[in-house]
Design a protein around this ligand. Structure first.
Ligand code: DGY
Length: 329
C-alpha cells in the first residue's frame, strides 16, 4: 500500500501530480475555506504525512489521531500553529519553508511600509472615486522614508533582508532581537538596541518576530505610548504579538501616525474590524510570501520534506530538531 498524504488546501495540479507516482494523495478541494477540523482529524487518522497551512491548528488531537503520521510540512516559515512538543513526542517531523520566501516577504514588508508612509492606498482610492479635482500643495501628503530611522524587531533572515532594502533608502537601522547579529551590524550598519530604546527612537517600527510565549502581546499599550507621534508601525510577523485594542487606541488618540498590517490577532478579519475604519491603517490579508514564484518554491519544499519524512530521513527544513523517527506502520 502506498503511503497516504493529505493536503489541507487546494494546490495546483502541477504541484500535486509528481506526488501521485509514489503516494496516495487527497486534498481539501477548497482554495479559500480551511479544512473543517473533523475532516482534518479523520484524514490525520489515515495519513503518513500532512501538508498544512498556517491557518490549520495542528494540535495534540491531530498529531495523535492516527498511528502512521510521520511528517507535517507547513506551507509557511512560521510554525506557531503546530504543537512541536507533542510532535516530537509522537515522532512526527515538523517542517517549514524558510529561505525560499525571505526576499518575497521582505519586499512585501518594505512595500507595506512605503504604502503606509506615502498613503498609497488612500491616494489610489481617491483617484478611482473621482475625487481628484486639482493639484494642491498638501494633497495626500505622507511621510518621508529616506534618511529616517527604521527599527526592526526580530532580526531573522527576513529582518536582515528588510534592513538591506532600507540601506537603499539611506535609512538609519536599529534592531532588537533575542541574539545580536554582528555580521549584520558590520555589513549594514545596523545598531542593536533594547526594545524600549527602539520604540522611542524609531520612525518606522517593523515587527517581524515569530509568535512564541515570549513574544505574545509584546506590543502593549505602554509600548505604543513610548513611540513618537509621527511613528508608523508595521507588522508582517504574527498578529498576536500585538495588543490590537492598544494599537487601535494609540492610532485614534494620535499617539502614533499610522499602521501597516499584514497580520492580525484573529485571521481572517471582516470589513467591520475596528482597525479598518481608520484612514491611517493599511491592511493586507497575510500575503507576505505570496508571489507565484515563491509559493511554488514553498510547495516544492513541502513535498521534498514529506518525501524525506516518510522515508524516515531528516527533512531539509526540520523545525523540531529533537525529532527522532519512531517505527510506525
Ligand atoms: C509565513 O510564511 O509564516 C509568513 O507569514 C509569510 O507570509
Amino acid at each position: 500500500m502506498k503511503p497516504y498524504v493529505f493536503i489541507t488546501r487546494k494546490l495546483p495540479d502541477e504541484v500535486v501530480k509528481p506526488l501521485l507516482q509514489n503516494y496516495e494523495v487527497s486534498m481539501w478541494e477548497q482554495e479559500d475555506i480551511p479544512v473543517p477540523k473533523d475532516l482534518l482529524l479523520s484524514e490525520a487518522k489515515k495519513a503518513d504525512a500532512l501538508l498544512t497551512m498556517l491557518s490549520d491548528s495542528i494540535d495534540e488531537k491531530v498529531l495523535t489521531a492516527g498511528k502512521k503520521l510521520k511528517v507535517v510540512a507547513n506551507l509557511a516559515v512560521g510554525f506557531d500553529n503546530i504543537d512541536l512538543k507533542v510532535a516530537s513526542r509522537e515522532g512526527v517531523a515538523v517542517c517549514n519553508t524558510p529561505d525560499v520566501l525571505t526576499d518575497t516577504t521582505a519586499d512585501l514588508t518594505f512595500g507595506l511600509l512605503m504604502a503606509t508612509a506615502r498613503r498609497l492606498m488612500e491616494a489610489a482610492e481617491f483617484v478611482k472615486d473621482g475625487k481628484w479635482k486639482s493639484w494642491s500643495p498638501l494633497l495626500l501628503a505622507g511621510h518621508d522614508i529616506h534618511h529616517k530611522t527604521i527599527g526592526i524587531v526580530g532580526m531573522g533572515k527576513i529582518g536582515e533582508t528588510v534592513a538591506k532594502r532600507a540601506t537603499g533608502f539611506e535609512m538609519n537601522i536599529l534592531y532588537h532581537n533575542r541574539t545580536r547579529k554582528p555580521a549584520v551590524e558590520q555589513e549594514l550598519g545596523a545598531v542593536y538596541v533594547s526594545l524600549d530604546e527602539l520604540v522611542e527612537k524609531t520612525d518606522f517600527i517593523v515587527c517581524l518576530t515569530p509568535l512564541t510565549s515570549e513574544t505574545k502581546n509584546m506590543f502593549t499599550r505602554e509600548m505604543f505610548k513610548k513611540m513618537k507621534q509621527s511613528a508608523i508601525f508595521i507588522n508582517a510577523g504574527r498578529g498576536p504579538v500585538v495588543d490590537e485594542q492598544a494599537l487601535f487606541d494609540a492610532l485614534v488618540a494620535g499617539e502614533i501616525a499610522g499602521a501597516g498590517l499584514d497580520v492580525f490577532e484573529k485571521e481572517p478579519i471582516g470589513a467591520d474590524h475596528p482597525l479598518l475604519q481608520l484612514p491611517n491603517v493599511v491592511a493586507l490579508p497575510h500575503i507576505g510570501s505570496s508571489s507565484v514564484e515563491t509559493r511554488m518554491e514553498m510547495m516544492k519544499l513541502c513535498l521534498s520534506n514529506i518525501q524525506a519524512g516518510i522515508e524516515g530521513n531528516e527533512p531539509k527544513t526540520l523545525v523540531n530538531k529533537d525529532w527522532k523517527p519512531l517505527v510506525k506502520a
